[in-house]
Design a protein around this ligand. Sequence first.
Ligand code: RP5
Length: 163
Amino acid sequence: MSEHPLVGIVMGSKSDYEVLSAAVEILRTLEIPYEARVLSAHRTPDQLVAYVEAAQSNGMRVFIAGAGGAAHLAGVIASKTLLPVLGVPVVATPLNGMDSLLSIVQMPRGIPVGTLAIGKPGAANAALLAAAILAGTDAALYKRLAAWRAARAAEVLAQELPE
Ligand code: RP5
């Protein structure tokens, strides 16, 4: 997107994109400028920190971080910025995402990470939460988010059960 990104989606590996694409979809639908990057807390720590610092300087407002296994990506990002960081646990090991969930949600006191559900529902909700954060200072986005919610309600009300 041409406008400067307000949401930075960071994932530890390209293999996480299948999950994080659910966040991308929501951000596109709500017309929120974003950028997505593959940066790893343990494989590219220096580049990760440089990215977070540069992104913040360039007007980023929210980070979404998705990773699997011993998922410290969101915590490392949160350690380098005061911007809200939303963590998405990804299934990447035989522990089925519980390892990632606990790694992200159990941040020690003082460096918060808002933690979402494991997998695609969590990624979608991270984007919706980012939208809600941004909508506090963006009336047009607030309207788009309200319309999105209303459409979900209409979908449920239109559901019919088989005879
Ligand atoms: C984590 O290890 C990544 O976030 C990913 O979920 C997992 C596996 O990475 P790859 O081996 O697919 O690169 O750091």
